[in-house]
Each structure stands twice: as structure tokens, then as C-alpha cells.
Design a protein. Structure first.
Lengths: 220, 487
């Protein structure tokens, strides 16, 4: 996983609530068995005028000029500003894979869907939750100022606006630690291998029917 | 001290370790796998030179990409004409084979939608923790199992460690008291709940569904309700154990037998919330107030009763909602204040992990019997949730009822729920669908999905537009063996 410590990034606004994972990356692209290459199809149905399919050369596809990420002023954005309940819907991790592959490292919204929240952090994307009123103000500032950048500092849990305003945010300690250090959490969990084996042995003794080798051992 | 909720009990029975920062390791009893969200997890295992922790905890089946026509299915994997889909299904087969994981392959009679297959096999049991790389894993909570949808990195984590890193959720209880009216089903209950609390209403919560109307539901109905907990934002939906749960599981292939069955049942009986358990939030709904539901927009919370109308964005409570409503009406090609019964349909889809079980097919067949699909409907399809559901339906003659009425009778899979295979909507087409998501493009680029229950979908197929199914069904819904005649 990529580390995330601090980022000074151009902000792109996506003014829409309940952005679902089908919208982030439509299902036809989930057929890939890889983790990479999803960025060109991020927000596919909003971004292009035609229907996309996997493996296609996107350079010849007609772009939707109204879609925010197609506007030159947002080219190279790494911070996505959006509305409540971002990432709802399916559990597809292809959604954060596509956002990350496109270049987003930070998403700022009033709230996020639970499964997406986990998936994003596991892929080096920092999710920043700020109050609805603050988000509204950021939308206005981004709109009014071309080249609007935010300084996102995970270590100190704060976002600094171009005018120097400081917005503090919460993030749980474990996720922060993994993100700051780019840690693979399977490795961390396996440090507790002993505890897992011990739990498993007790669990099996108490509820043998949950384990297929011991299920029905007494009667078969 | 207050008692424990069902969620609290399941959580503490699986807690391996709790860290100071509030994250915990919980032990996972069952992982269900399908072809879309597992390939990168298996690849991750290989790259790190890891093996699955415990093979017998896993069960796999392909469902999202499989074709549903009889001709294609006769060829097995070779019938998957899209080469990219084919690779994905073959990759699941190869991974299961090389790691030694049990899989029900494409033409195994036990194959089907993973959330139909697990319970049907008894592979989902009360008191288990169940995960799958699929948000509708909430379905399994109908058995008082703690069931989460997870992402692919987590699939890999569970394969490698048999544990999931989790944070305890808050407890919500949704009580539905009273009796459901004739023609009102589990799907209407859950859509009405989502309409009430919104698609983010359950975010951060495990929702337990309770109340007399929930108790009266069959296991199929309970699965329909828990399936859509995620559409209310909750990763977990739960229903406590009772006789209905236990009767359903008896003699299922993966369920315990003999002495172990007795021991298991004794423990399962405890899997209910204590009478004095405290919930962080309680929502109460009167069953009598629920009428058959139809979604009009592009989010499951955009739903209303069959006698209702499409809302006017001008009357929305705030600007964000107003924007969402306007965008939804434009995408759906509907006008403000249009009557729901005036929405004309092009296609009808009966299937998905929400509504493809035997009871759902019976409810739809009861409406379809002796009637004809309207000429204006281009395609009306019925896709059973598994090979075993299909077999059962055929034994009851339901396939004949459907085909005589003009429905297509298909092979099991996810099909047009998310249109990863060839079954999809064309741009602008309106579809009455028994699935769970009406997101933009979900059932095909530009397609317009309306979520309904199976009997409502069948009635809409016959009328060509939405109609109140209560005009079609005279008796109580549970008396599916006595189909009523034209109202
Ligand atoms: S039927 Fe639909 S919602 Fe259910 S698992 Fe398949 S694609 Fe997902």
C-alpha cells in the first residue's frame, strides 16, 4: 500500500450526494482480474458520451464537456470534494482502485458509506469527513478560485485552505498508523497468529458444528 | 446492567482480540466467494506466498457473469461468450482448484447466486460470522449470523488469517408491528423502511429487524429484508432465531445432524436480543401503513406506495435533495407529480439475491397464472436464484405458468440485477425489477430501474404499467397454492 503523509493537492468538486460505486466504476469494468488500469474508466458514464467497454482505447471516445473532471482547470486534481454518503452501494474495491489510479489521494465529504470507507483506507486513499456547512463553503471557494489547492496533513489531522484557515478532522488511530507507514494489515494481523489459533481451538471445542471436519463427528 | 443485543452477543462470541484504539480482530466462520471480487485476493495471496488459513471455511460459486439462457448454459463455461467474463469465471475455477476450496461450478445443480446458495445449503448457520466480497452479504443476517459485505483486500485478509479487522457498530432496531395487508410482502417492508430512514440512515449501525410483522415472515421473506439493509447504509441486518429459522435449517447439507444438531439448536435459541437490551436507535413502523412499494428514482430511498406519485423537486426539504430529485427525474424520464400507475414499462426482471427464492417465484406465478404479458413489454424474464430453486419451481409447474404467460424462464445467476452478462436494459428503457439497486446504469447504460416485489413485477408485466397487485390477489399471500382468478 502507498503511504500517505501529507499532500498539497488541486481540488476537483463533484457536486452530488449519494455517489454510488456503480457510478464510480460501472460493472463492465469489474471483469478485469487485475488491480490496476481502472483510472481511465473512473466515472465512465458521466465522463464519456458513449457506453464504454473493457479494454477499449479511450482516447477516441467523445468526452462529456459538462463533466467536471473533463474541465481543464481540474486537470491533475488529487483531492476530490463531494457530498454526503459518498461510495454507497456495492462493496467493489474497484471503486478505490479507480480513484487511486486516476490520481485521487484524498476525498473530502460530509459522510462516507461504511464498506467504501474501509476499502479506501486499504488502498492508500485518505477520507476526510467535514461538516456539511464547511463542505458547502469549500465548494464555493473551489468554484470561485481557479487552481484552488488544499494542504492535507494526516500526521496533524488538518486541512489548510489557501487563505490559511485550518480545518481539523478525525481519523482512527489504527488506520492513520497504517496509512502513514504504508503497512499491509495482513502482516500485522499475522503477528497475532498465536491468539487466533488459541481462539480457534476454543471456538471449535464449543461449537464443533461450525467446522466441517468436526461437524457430525459424533454421529457419523 | 442492560442486557445484550443479538449483535453484541455475536460480536463477543467472535472477538479474538481488541486493540486499545477500538479496532478488533473478529474470527470468521464462513467466507463465500464469487468470481468478481476474489481474483485479486487470490493473486495477493500468491504474491505474498501465503496459503488460506482454513479451507473448510470457504465456499465458492460463480454467479455474476454466468449466462442465463438454456442454450449457452448447456455448453458450460464455453457458453460464456464474452472473453473477459470467461476469464473471470475460469480464474475462480482455477483458484478454487489450486488452493483446494470447494466450489459449485457453472452447471452444478447447487450453483446459483452466492446469497441464495449459502442458506440453501445450510452453509449459513445461526451464530456464525459470514463474509463475502459482496455488499448483499447482509442477507445471511436473517439467520442471526453476523454477516458483512467486505472489499477484496478484506477477502484476502480473511483467506490469509481467518479474521477480519473490524470496529464495533452501533445497534439499531427497526420494529415492524402489526400484520401486513394482503399482497404486501417482505420487499415492500424493506423498501418502506429505506424510504423512511434513507440510504445512509443505517450507516455505522447493525440493524436488527424485529416486531410481529417480521416474526411472521418466512425465512425467504426475512432474507429479502436483511438483503437490503445495505441499501439503508447498514452493512449488517439481523433477525433473531425462532422456530422458523430452525425449521428451515433442519436436514440442510451443511447443517449439523444428530447430537450436534441438538447441541447447536440449544445454543441457537439464545441468539435473540435480551428483553432489556439497549439500542442506540429505534425506528418503529406500523405494518398496516405499508402498501406495495415502487421506486421512482435512482436511489433506493426514492420510493413510494403504488397509490402515490413522483415527488416535485420544488417541494424537496433542502438544496442537495432538490438537486438529487431533479437529476433523478431527468434520468428516469419522469415528470413531477406523475402517478406511479402511469409509468409504462418496457422490461420486467424477476430475480436477484433479493427476490429469486422459491417463495418469490410462487408469488409471481400466482399473479401470472392464466394471464398474458402485455404486448408492449419487450422482455419479461424470470431468473431463479439457484439450480435447486429452479428444480423446485419446475417440480411445482411454475415454469409452465411463466412460459404460458409469456415470461422467459432462465438459468440461475445474477443476470439483469447488474447486467454483467448479456441480460441488460437498453438506454431509456423502464424496467420493473425485483432486484435491490436502481442506480444509474445499474441494469444497463441509460436503463431505468424501478424496484418492486415479485408479485408487483408480475402484475406490471401483465398490465404493461405499474398496477396495485392487490387488484390481482384476493386471498392471503401465504396461500400460494390457491391462485385467485381475475379480480
Ligand atoms: S443478484 Fe445482484 S445484488 Fe445480488 S449478488 Fe448478484 S449482482 Fe449482487
Amino acid at each position: 500500500m502507498n503511504k500517505f503523509v501529507r499532500q498539497q493537492g488541486l481540488v476537483a468538486p463533484l457536486d452530488r450526494a449519494n455517489v454510488d460505486t456503480d457510478l464510480i466504476i460501472p460493472k463492465q469494468f469489474l471483469k478485469s482480474i487485475k488491480r490496476t488500469g481502472f483510472g481511465v474508466n473512473l466515472f465512465d458514464a458521466l465522463r464519456y458520451m458513449d457506453e464504454g467497454y473493457p479494454g477499449q482505447d479511450v482516447s477516441t471516445r467523445p468526452l462529456n464537456p459538462d463533466f467536471v473532471l473533463n474541465q481543464p482547470r481540474y486537470e491533475g486534481a488529487s483531492v476530490l470534494l463531494t457530498r454526503r454518503n459518498f461510495g454507497c452501494g456495492s462493496s467493489r474495491e474497484h471503486a478505490p482502485w479507480a480513484l487511486e489510479d486516476f490520481g485521487f489521494r484524498v476525498i473530502i465529504a460530509p459522510s462516507f458509506a461504511d464498506i467504501f470507507y474501509n476499502n479506501a483506507f486499504k488502498n492508500g486513499i485518505l477520507l476526510v469527513t467535514l461538516e456539511e456547512g464547511v463542505i458547502e463553503r469549500l465548494f464555493q471557494e473551489v468554484e470561485a478560485n481557479e487552481g484552488y489547492r488544499l494542504d492535507v496533513d494526516l500526521e496533524n489531522q488538518r486541512v489548510t485552505t489557501p487563505s490559511g484557515e485550518i480545518l481539523e478532522f478525525e481519523v482512527d488511530a489504527f488506520r492513520k498508523h497504517c496509512l502513514l507507514n504504508g503497512l499491509d494489515d495482513i502482516g500485522i494481523t499475522l503477528q497475532d497468529e498465536e491468539a487466533i489459533r488459541e481462539f480457534e481451538a476454543k471456538h471449535r471445542a464449543a461449537r464443533p458444528w461450525l467446522f466441517r471436519e468436526t461437524a457430525n463427528a459424533a454421529t457419523s | 446492567m442492560a442486557g445484550q443485543t443479538l449483535y453484541d452477543k455475536l460480536w463477543s462470541q467472535h472477538l479474538v482480540k481488541e486493540r486499545d484504539d477500538g479496532t478488533a480482530l473478529i474470527y470468521i466462520d464462513r467466507q463465500l466467494l464469487h468470481e468478481v471480487t476474489s481474483p485479486q485476493a487470490f493473486e495477493g495471496l500468491r504474491l505474498a506466498n501465503r496459503r488460506p488459513w482454513r479451507l473448510d471455511a470457504n465456499l465458492a460459486t460463480p454467479d455474476h457473469n454466468v449466462p442465463t439462457t438454456v442454450i449457452e448454459r448447456a455448453e458450460g463455461n464455453a457458453g460464456i461468450k464474452d472473453p473477459v467474463s470467461l476469464i473471470q469465471v475460469q480464474t475462480l475455477d482455477d483458484n478454487c482448484e489450486s488452493f483446494g476450496i470447494e466450489e459449485f461450478r457453472i452447471n452444478d445443480a447447487r450453483q446459483g447466486i452466492v446469497h441464495v446458495v449459502g442458506p440453501e445449503q445450510g452453509a449459513t448457520l445461526p451464530g456464525m460470522t459470514v463474509v463475502c466480497g459482496d455488499s448483499h452479504t447482509a442477507t445471511h443476517g436473517a439467520f442471526a449470523a453476523l454477516a458483512h459485505g467486505i472489499g477484496t483486500s478484506e477477502v484476502e485478509h480473511v483467506l490469509a488469517t481467518q479474521c477480519l479487522l473490524a470496529q464495533k457498530m452501533k445497534n439499531m432496531q427497526v420494529r415492524v408491528e402489526g400484520s401486513l395487508g394482503t399482497g404486501v410482502t417482505a420487499k415492500d417492508v424493506v423498501l418502506a423502511i429505506i424510504g423512511r430512514i434513507g440510504t445512509a440512515g443505517g450507516t455505522g449501525y447493525a440493524i436488527e429487524f424485529a416486531g410481529s410483522a417480521i416474526r411472521e415472515l418466512s425465512m425467504e421473506g426475512r432474507m429479502t429484508v436483511c438483503n437490503m439493509a445495505i441499501e439503508a447504509g447498514a452493512r449488517v441486518g439481523l433477525i433473531g432465531v425462532d422456530d422458523t429459522t430452525i425449521d428451515y435449517l433442519r436436514e440442510r447439507p451443511f447443517a449439523p445432524q444428530g447430537d450436534q444438531w441438538e447441541a447447536a439448536v440449544a445454543e441457537w435459541r439464545e441468539l435473540v436480543s435480551d428483553a432489556d437490551a439497549a439500542f442506540d436507535k429505534v425506528v418503529e413502523i406500523a405494518a398496516e401503513d405499508i402498501e406495495p412499494q415502487v421506486s421512482w428514482g435512482t436511489s433506493p430511498e426514492m420510493v413510494t406506495g403504488i397509490s402515490g406519485e413522483v415527488p416535485d423537486p420544488a417541494e424537496a426539504p433542502d438544496d442537495t435533495t432538490k438537486g438529487s430529485y431533479s437529476r433523478a427525474l431527468e434520468y428516469m424520464g419522469l415528470a413531477a407529480k406523475q402517478k406511479i400507475t402511469d409509468i409504462r414499462l418496457d422490461k420486467v426482471f424477476i430475480g436477484s439475491c433479493t427476490n429469486s427464492r422459491i417463495e418469490d417465484l410462487r408469488a409471481a406465478a400466482k399473479v401470472a397464472k392464466g394471464r398474458k404479458v402485455a404486448d408492449s413489454i419487450m422482455l419479461a424474464m424470470v431468473v431463479p436464484g439457484s439450480g435447486l430453486v429452479k428444480r423446485q419451481a419446475e417440480a411445482e409447474g411454475l415454469d409452465k405458468i411463466f412460459t404460458e404467460a409469456g415470461f422467459e424462464w432462465r438459468e440461475p445467476g445474477c443476470s439483469m440485477c447488474l447486467a454483467m452478462n448479456a441480460d441488460k436494459l437498453g438506454a431509456g428503457e423502464h424496467c420493473a425489477s425485483t432486484s435491490n439497486r436502481n442506480f444509474e446504469g445499474r441494469q444497463g447504460f441509460g436503463g431505468r430501474t424501478h424496484l418492486v416485489g415479485p408479485a408487483m413485477a408480475a402484475a406490471a408485466a401483465i398490465a404493461g404499467h405499474f398496477v396495485d397487485v392487490r387488484q390481482f390477489v384476493a386471498g392471503n399471500d401465504s396461500h400460494h397454492d390457491t391462485p385467485s382468478q381475475e379480480a
